[in-house]
Design a protein around this ligand. Structure first.
Ligand SMILES: *[C@@H]1O[C@H](CO)[C@@H](O)[C@H](O)[C@H]1NC(C)=O
Ligand SMILES: *[C@@H]1O[C@H](CO)[C@@H](O)[C@H](O)[C@H]1NC(C)=O
Ligand SMILES: *[C@@H]1O[C@H](CO)[C@@H](O)[C@H](O)[C@H]1NC(C)=O
Ligand SMILES: *[C@@H]1O[C@H](CO)[C@@H](O)[C@H](O)[C@H]1NC(C)=O
Length: 747
């Protein structure tokens, strides 16, 4: 296998070198610290979603200084002093087309963003050109072009980098809008970045929304009513709690799942054979990605200039290129170049198994086990979850006073006991809170706390300190500063949302199942107990979109589900792709364990893997220059880490990377100080991280950290439409540690 691999990849110079760091990326070392570097940090903060812990005062200062308006995961919040030119884009003003027609959009996020709506068949067995009334899907696309692009389409990359943030149900368009700059800075590519909303999701139409009345004639008002109905439904679920939080919780949750399934079914029946609910499974999204690749090719070929002459040179001018560039024969033209996280790895792997000769570059981070994803419930995803939570007590004790939940001289077991006691007390008696910024009583339950902790396990670097703060506020009786009211101030004004909430996670996840889930409570209880044999967080995981909430789902997906062993679209494993896939996984991941990544790696003949020695969901959860360099070398130069060797399922030898952060020793911005010119500069929690790093490396790492922030917020945001958690707001704005004061209408 090694020989075959090197013949396929003549560029793998360091293939037998065990150094995890690809050659050609080792830059000359510069002195450890400089103000320029701080400027990089500050700038990234400005462009990012302002979540790093810098506090309200500095945050708003940055926002007003740059006349910046920001979206919170799809919602726009206007900053009072910048209401002159809008710079916003309504998707409905972009005309869908069967070819790519790009137009400027979302200028509020910079001058270089362009959008398109690409029309594809809803049902690929009924192609668009067959008759006029075939149902269509209009995919929302957002491009962040590389540098020096002209009016000429051939000045763009041979194929764009498509991105998917996971979910299912995550919006790639929003990721490109809000974090396109961070993405580019993190991976240093000059490739055009294209985010798309998968069918059913976000700004792609038709939307998979069970609360919207079909053919609603009331426009914006109708949508607001749909949104309020959704909020009412979600908040009423709060008192039920998670599985096993009471002896009736499971049966109530099952009933709620069936109720929502019935609502979706009613819309589906009204739409009949043109219902998006029947055509939203992952195989169709993979076909859409191929449609995007083809449409891109066609668009680029409309150029008057020959493509070869216009090929972009990478922008690493100040760095000697010691590694040969990709040969023209390795061009990714007509192939998929893609970066997927979490569920996005399942989407990427599905694409690769359906269209193996269309694989240009695939980076799959936080890897879903495709065999188990189609099961009734995904039980063994959480096999490493408890190991991560145990580390909370260790790191908190180690951090001492920096960990808000620790007391002087605490050992890990002291902190654990305090936690257990606190939860036991809360289980008996929920905390009653009158939020400081909203005139409504709020009840905080043990379920709320447990769900917040589970979210924190996705990114322990920022998450653990936040959990410590919440637990301290809980024991001190000071939750009033951090809980939020269930109805957000977003309802104060006319809403014009690029992305209204949808039910895409449920629709996609339930459609992908091998068999529809329709269990009685006893069977569900058994499934829960089996899941609980993997982790004490089974009660939270059971509630996640594609598990218990699929119970009673009764809409037949038109396409066979993505079964790996008997789907006709699949080639038998190991699948030989036109270019090797790069898998990435943390050593301990709370929902996509390393075990799954290794298993998926073995399904593809030439795939490689990097294991990052860190905790959290996706390698993005911990910033590692080593991992960043692997991703860059792969995407830019087609260089893979050394080929993995498997002795058994979970043992063997493959590339590994250390992480540069730890909880309480991170890139988190903890303060600011003025520089010589009186400008505020950010200070990070652990400045040792910058020692020996070049400015470019610091920029990449900072951008990578900001990307993590965005993904984390997206996750928390998607979750809030399944379950109202009064502590989610502080999770979304973890930096600010206090809920934004504006919880009434007004400014
Ligand atoms: C419709 O499009 C497909 C794919 O582009 C093509 O193969 C087919 O010939 C077209 N059919 C008609 C009737 O134009
Ligand atoms: C709200 O929308 C309505 C109808 O589109 C419009 O007439 C009204 O001016 C808007 N109000 C605000 C505060 O934007
Ligand atoms: C469910 O809750 C009961 C009562 O608190 C407890 O005894 C049991 O161990 C829990 N089951 C699981 C699987 O966590
Ligand atoms: C994979 O494809 C390459 C190129 O087509 C071929 O040389 C190689 O033998 C194939 N490997 C396997 C395992 O099928």
């Amino acid at each position: 296998m090694d020989d075959e691999k090197s013949s396929m990849l003549p560029l793998l110079k360091e293939e037998h070198d065990n150094s995890p760091r690809p050659a050609g990326r080792v830059s000359p070392k510069k002195p450890s610290w400089s103000w320029t570097r701080l400027a990089v940090v500050l700038l990234s903060l400005v462009c990012g979603t302002l979540v790093y812990g810098i506090g309200i005062e500095i945050g708003s200062r940055i926002m007003s200084e740059f006349n910046h308006r920001y979206i919170q995961d799809g919602y726009r919040h206007s900053i009072p002093e910048s209401q002159d030119s809008d710079g916003w884009t309504e998707w409905s003003t972009i005309t869908p087309n069967e070819k790519l027609v790009w137009q400027p959009c979302f200028a509020v996020y910079g001058p270089d963003i362009i959008c398109a709506r690409l029309t594809v068949p809803m049902d690929y067995h009924r192609p668009l050109n067959q008759s006029a009334d075939n149902p269509k899907v209009h995919l929302a696309l957002v491009m962040r072009p590389g540098s020096r692009r002209t009016q000429d389409p051939s000045s763009y990359s041979d194929s764009p980098l498509l991105i998917n943030p996971g979910g299912p149900g995550g919006s790639g368009a929003l990721l490109a809008i809000a974090s396109g700059k961070q993405l580019r800075a993190a991976i240093g590519t000059d490739r055009d970045i294209v985010g798309f909303d998968p069918r059913g999701v976000g700004a792609t139409t038709p939307k998979a929304d069970c609360f919207a009345a079909p053919d609603d004639p009331y426009g914006l008002e109708g949508r607001n009513v749909a949104y309020m109905n959704r909020l009412g439904w979600v908040t009423s679920g709060h008192d039920v709690g998670i599985v096993n939080s009471s002896n009736v919780a499971l049966s109530k949750l099952s009933a709620r799942s069936k109720a929502l399934a019935g609502l979706c079914k009613r819309i589906d029946e009204a739409e009949g054979d043109n219902s998006i609910f029947r055509y939203s499974n992952t195989a169709n999204v993979a076909r859409d990605m191929l449609s995007i690749v083809h449409a891109w090719d066609e668009w680029r070929s409309t150029s008057s200039v020959k493509p070869a002459e216009a090929t972009q040179k990478p922008e690493t001018v100040d760095e000697p290129q010691t590694v040969p560039r990709i040969e023209p024969s390795d061009s990714t033209k007509g192939k998929l170049v893609y970066w997927g996280f979490s569920y996005g790895t399942l989407l990427g792997a599905t694409f690769a198994s359906m269209f193996p000769d269309k694989v240009g570059r695939l980076v799959l981070d936080g890897v879903v086990d495709a065999d188990h994803y189609v099961n009734a419930v995904a039980a063994d995803n959480i096999l490493d979850t408890d190991a991560i939570w145990e580390q909370f007590f260790v790191y908190c004790a180690d951090a001492g006073p920096a960990c808000a939940f620790s007391l002087l001289g605490d050992r890990p077991e002291d902190i654990k006991k305090r936690y257990d006691d606190t939860i036991a007390w809360l289980e008996k008696e929920p905390a009653v809170v009158l939020p400081r910024y909203a005139n409504v009583p709020v009840m905080v339950t043990a379920s709320d706390i447990k769900m917040i902790i589970f979210s924190a396990l996705y990114a322990p670097i920022p998450g653990f300190p936040l959990v410590a703060t919440i637990l301290k506020a809980l024991v001190d009786g000071q939750l009033d500063t951090i809980v939020a009211a269930p109805i957000s101030t977003l309802l104060c004004h006319n809403l014009s949302l690029p992305v209204w909430p949808d039910d895409a996670q449920k629709v996609i996840g339930c459609s992908d199942k091998r068999y529809k889930l329709n269990d009685d409570v006893d069977t569900l209880q058994k499934r829960f107990e089996e899941m609980a044999s993997y982790s004490s967080f089974a009660d939270v995981w059971m509630n996640v979109g594609f598990n218990l909430p699929c119970n009673g789902w009764d809409i037949e997906a038109k396409d066979p589900p993505m079964r790996w062993d008997d789907n006709p679209a699949h080639k038998p494993a190991p699948i030989n792709t036109s270019f090797p896939i790069l898998f990435l996984s943390n050593r301990l991941d709370p929902v996509t364990p390393l075990h799954s990544a290794l298993k998926m790696t073995r399904k593809f003949a030439t795939a490689s893997i990097v294991e990052q020695n860190a905790m959290g969901h996706c390698t993005l959860s911990c910033v590692s220059l080593c991992t960043i360099n692997h991703i860059r070398a792969y995407l830019d130069q087609g260089i893979l880490p050394p080929a993995p060797r498997f002795d058994s399922d979970d043992s063997g030898e493959w590339a590994t990377c250390e992480c540069d952060e730890r909880p309480w020793k991170s890139l988190r911005v903890v303060g600011a100080r003025p520089d010589a010119d009186g400008r505020l500069r950010a200070e990070i929690e652990s400045e040792e991280i910058w020692v020996g790093k070049t400015d470019e490396e610091v920029g990449a790492m900072t951008a990578y950290g900001n990307l993590r922030t965005h993904l984390r917020r997206s996750e928390a945001f998607v979750q809030q439409f399944d379950y109202h958690n009064p502590l989610r707001e502080v999770m979304l704005n973890s930096a600010m540690l206090h809920v934004n004061g504006q919880q009434t209408c007004g400014t």
